[in-house]
Design a protein. Structure first.
Length: 518
């Protein structure tokens, strides 16, 4: 064989004839799992595989030469398509026609649901000759998985909403009697003289504080959900804060026979003093609660460019794998001490830390205690000393107070408390009997304490506004509420009044009135 003929034969073996290449390409497209179609510049079909034909009610009409708009009309006539991603839910032939033609002319992507329930992802692209290549992928399994996930998410959200509504309703209904009991105990304590009687009243007060702490935790969660908690950043000297914490927690530690060591510090951090104190109080409370012997240490140390505030205990410790889970709502560790709470404290601490841009860290091992730490940026300690607060007896003695509350038990208890403070006071259930209360007060009230939710759908801000009109000028007002629903908290917080939450701690109310009247 001539050398040239041999080369031609080899080339033919390496490169099959054009018809053979086209047949191989067609076979490959036919065996693909996707539907494939080509349209020319006049929107006439050039080629499609059998999978594309299967999408139509009359596949025999889907052949080269048919126009794209004819296939759209075929789908409309046979209602082969029930939904397209460009349209709202529901089937409208005119809307479908416009949306499908627009999408095709733009050669863009879309999702299409067929009458039999299948979902297709359509991808169309222009060719250099002006035609369009379309690839359709069956994504039914993916869509079903997404729908199942969406249903599960909705169910979880509805369950969480139901839980929140239950907690809000239960919290509101239980707060009202506790609110009255707390005021009565405070009024009783002011009248007791014997030590044993004062001791019993103090024990009742401690029990109420424990229950109030649980309600405060629920309230804090609601406040954070409502977005009504905003940090007031300022330099916070740690020395005074640590001394306050030592005074608060030393009695609790001594009752359990624990050593509480609080190291002095001259450092200051950029934070919100109240929120930072709430986080550290939570750490200390948990450390003392879970520790049966040994002690608890609170101190500050430098760590690089930050300060690390540590609460270290000699308690039982726990599995490091739970170090992140302990910050989840309602998560409680094993053990008898865990039964004392409802598992919200560390969740609140974590959310407050995020607001403050502080980082929390946990180091623990079973049987080796635990260290809960907070990292904060340093700040210059330039906080001026606060002016001393006048003594409550001098500030409140002889002051005229008006209480508006539709609960008769709370009115009776509050009047006893205000009288114990040396105040001149009167109470009314609402605007209707406020005039008689003002007559009993014998003068313009210097401050009002108003419940937010009153009978007949009235609200405290509405009553306060009507009384201001009647008196000719606004009166300093404290708004009291038992609401925990986030949307209502936002509303009450935005009224412009100082707000106290039920069950009300009388000392907080006294401090608030003292501030308003000083």
């Amino acid at each position: 064989m001539h050398w040239g003929d041999a080369m031609v034969a080899q080339d033919q073996q390496r490169c099959p004839p054009k018809d053979t290449q086209a047949d191989s390409l067609i076979d490959a497209i036919e065996s693909a799992s996707e539907a494939f179609v080509i349209w020319d510049a006049e929107d006439r079909m050039v080629f499609c595989n059998s999978r594309y034909k299967s999408f139509f009610a009359e596949p025999e009409k889907v052949r080269p030469g048919v126009r794209f708009d004819s296939l759209v009309e075929m789908n409309i006539a046979n209602t082969s398509v029930t939904e397209i991603s460009l349209l709202p839910a529901g089937w409208d032939p005119d809307q479908y026609r416009r949306a499908r033609l627009d999408c095709h002319n733009l050669a863009s992507d879309t999702f299409i649901q067929l009458r039999d329930g299948r979902w297709l992802q359509s991808r169309e692209r222009r060719t250099r000759e002006g035609g369009i290549v379309g690839v359709y992928t069956d994504i039914t399994d993916r869509k079903r998985a997404e729908e199942a996930l969406a249903l599960a998410k909705r169910a979880a959200e509805e369950a969480n909403l139901a839980k929140s509504r239950f907690l809000a309703a239960a919290s509101h209904d239980l707060r009202q009697p506790l609110h009255a009991v707390g005021i009565l105990v405070s009024a009783l304590s002011a009248r007791l003289e014997e030590d044993r009687q004062k001791e019993i009243a103090g024990q009742i007060g401690e029990c109420l504080e424990t229950v109030s702490g649980l309600f405060d935790a629920l309230l804090d969660i609601s406040k954070l959900d409502a977005g009504v908690v905003a940090p007031a950043f300022a330099p916070v000297p740690l020395g005074p804060l640590l001394k306050v914490l030592r005074r608060e927690f030393m009695p609790q530690a001594e009752r359990k026979g624990l050593r509480l060591t609080v190291l002095e510090s001259r450092l200051a951090v950029r934070s919100d003093a109240a929120m930072l104190g709430r986080i550290l109080r939570n750490f200390l409370s948990n450390a003392i609660k879970y520790t049966e012997s040994g002690g608890v240490v609170l101190g500050v140390r430098r760590r690089g460019a930050e300060f690390r505030i540590d609460v270290i205990d000699s308690g039982p410790g726990f599995d490091p794998a739970e170090a992140q889970a302990v910050f989840h709502e309602f998560h409680r560790l094993e053990g008898a001490a865990a039964q004392q709470g409802i598992g919200l404290g560390l969740s609140i601490a974590d959310r407050l830390a995020r607001l403050l841009e502080h980082r929390l860290e946990v180091a623990t091992q079973p049987g080796a205690g635990a260290r809960f730490s907070l990292y904060a940026a340093p700040a210059e300690a330039t906080v001026a000393a606060a002016a001393p607060m006048p003594a409550p007896s001098r500030v409140l003695s002889g002051r005229r107070l008006l209480l508006i509350d539709d609960d008769p038990e709370i009115r009776r208890a509050a009047l006893l408390l205000f009288e114990a403070w040396g105040c001149r006071c009167a109470a009314a259930s609402g605007l209707e009997d406020a005039a008689a209360a003002l007559e009993r007060l014998d003068g313009r009230p210097e401050a009002m304490i108003v419940d937010y939710h009153l009978k007949r759908g009235r609200t405290g801000d509405w009553v306060a506004a009507r009384l201001a009109e009647r008196l000719g000028a606004p009166v300093p007002t404290v708004m009291v509420t038992g609401e925990t629903a986030p949307e209502l908290l936002q509303k009450v917080q935005g009224l412009g009044f100082p707000v106290l939450h039920k069950p009300l701690q009388p000392m907080r109310l006294r401090a608030m009135l003292q501030h308003l009247l000083a």
